[in-house]
Design a protein around this ligand. Structure first.
Ligand SMILES: [Fe+2]
Ligand SMILES: [Fe+2]
Ligand SMILES: [Fe+2]
Length: 448
């Protein structure tokens, strides 16, 4: 049976992936943390079963995973959102996660996390309404002001639109709002982990196949941001896996290297779209921003105890044997074989893949670039030799993996188009409704 270098718990992995998608913007980062913190206190106040609570927390951590453009993010992170399409990102988030078994239920919650109670009532799981309320409270926070002074205004806005929220979530919310800690904790991005720390989250360990499937999802999210490199991660992963096999590594090591390949450009989530999509040469400043991506890949993956080695294989792909790479300038003797394979796989894929603005390089040209880099002590000569000896085989595997990724990319793109054309649901009805009920207050509540 294939195994991961150390045990990786599902919660650790979800948390790290949430941090990775949060690299896309500081506002999304804070938003996911605030929503998670509020959702955590709501599930506690509502005394939900721990399995349900866990699905809700995983969904809260990832709920806006389907937002791909800066413009869509800015629109959705506002309260006065009438007329805004809220379907697309919610459905896309669902589509990305639904085939990944440990998150299948969370995916259902993400699908309807903007559902309005007055439209959908009981047809939508309660967890969706918990995330919906947490989400709408979160977008009302004004970072530039003291949180406690904002409470009365936030309550007025939520009560004015109360018909869109589930009554049980409103009742739980009412019990929490009088307690200052609830607001202080939610507004501090430091305290969300502490809030989660008091939950009994599953100790379920992820096996290698599950890890591979989730890494595939993450690679889609990385690559989907730019049509220029829409299938790059899958190509690098396939080439790295084959080169590791040809170098005599075990099937376990090859599978782990494939996962590292899928995640090698994780840090590109921190690079703005306009730089990734720029048609033309990059300015020095833009190039410097791109150069940061491997640092972020390393920092995020290295946070998982079971991923210490994998973080190096993934993040050292722009390091060079003579120390001229970036960002760590890893000395040759610390630049291990699997990291060197990844560096070769990245170059092979970058040279041979088709991009919208150019065709992939011919075999002859690719070989001459690879030999030159090996001669200049940029790439490992033994691995380059292997890649060239088995060029046809490796290239067919790469092209097949990228063709499959292209189909996934096109399916996601057409799903987005379809959702954008569909009749829109809006985040909130801004019609003022009278308070239907005095919210329940002061019920017994224990802080954990
Ligand atoms: Fe959302
Ligand atoms: Fe959200
Ligand atoms: Fe890269």
């Amino acid at each position: 049976m294939l195994s991961v270098e150390n045990q990786i718990h599902i919660y650790d992995f979800v948390r790290v992936i949430s941090e990775a998608i949060n690299l896309v913007s500081p506002s999304l980062n804070k938003h996911h943390k605030i929503v998670t913190c509020i959702a955590r206190r709501l599930v506690q106040a509502m005394k939900l079963k721990s399995a349900d609570a866990q699905n809700i927390i995983f969904a809260a951590l990832l709920h806006d995973i389907g937002i791909f453009s800066d413009e869509e993010r800015d629109r959705i992170l506002t309260f006065e959102a009438q007329g805004i399409d809220v379907n697309t990102h919610a459905h896309l988030g669902y589509e990305l996660l639904r085939h990944f078994d440990p998150l299948a239920e969370s995916a259902e919650l993400i699908k309807h996390h903007h559902a309005s109670y007055c439209d959908k009532g009981k047809s939508v799981p309660l967890g969706c309404y918990i995330i919906h309320l947490a989400d709408r409270v979160a977008v009302l926070f004004d970072e530039s002001r003291e949180v406690l002074e904002q409470v009365p205004e936030i309550l007025v806005k939520i009560h004015k639109t109360e018909s869109v929220f589930h009554p049980d979530t409103l009742a739980a919310f009412a019990r929490l709002t009088e307690r200052e800690y609830f607001w202080i904790e939610a507004a501090s991005s430091l305290s969300y982990q502490q809030a989660l720390g008091s939950m009994q989250l599953s100790q379920e360990v992820i096996d290698l196949e599950t890890l591979r499937s989730f890494a595939g999802i993450v690679s889609q999210i990385i690559d989907f941001r730019s049509s220029f490199t829409a299938t790059h991660s899958k190509g690098v992963a396939a080439v790295a896996k084959q080169l590791a096999g040809l170098s005599g590594f075990s099937s376990n090591e090859c599978a782990m290297l494939e996962i590292a390949g899928l995640l090698h450009d994780l840090g590109k989530l921190a690079v703005p779209n306009e730089i990734l999509e720029k048609n033309g040469s990059l300015s020095e400043e833009e190039f410097n921003i791109i150069r940061k991506h491997t640092y972020y890949t390393y920092t995020i993956l290295n946070k998982m105890s079971g991923f210490k080695q994998l973080a190096r294989w993934a993040a050292f792909h722009h390091e060079r044997i003579d120390g001229s790479g970036y960002p760590f300038h890893v000395p040759g003797n610390e630049f291990c074989k699997l990291s060197r394979i990844m560096a070769v796989a990245d170059v092979v894929t970058a040279l041979t893949e088709d991009r919208p603005y150019r065709r992939g390089m011919s075999r002859e040209k690719t070989e001459s670039v690879l030999w030159q880099m090996a001669n200049e002590e940029k790439l490992d000569a033994d691995i380059v030799k292997l890649a060239i000896e088995h060029f046809s085989f490796v290239n067919v595997i790469r092209a097949g993996a990228q063709l499959e990724a292209k189909r996934e990319y096109e399916a996601l793109s057409s799903l987005i188009d379809e959702k954008r054309k569909a009749p829109q649901e809006t985040t909130l009805s801004l019609v003022q409704v009278p308070l239907k009920q005095q919210l329940a207050k002061n019920e017994a509540f224990t802080l954990a």
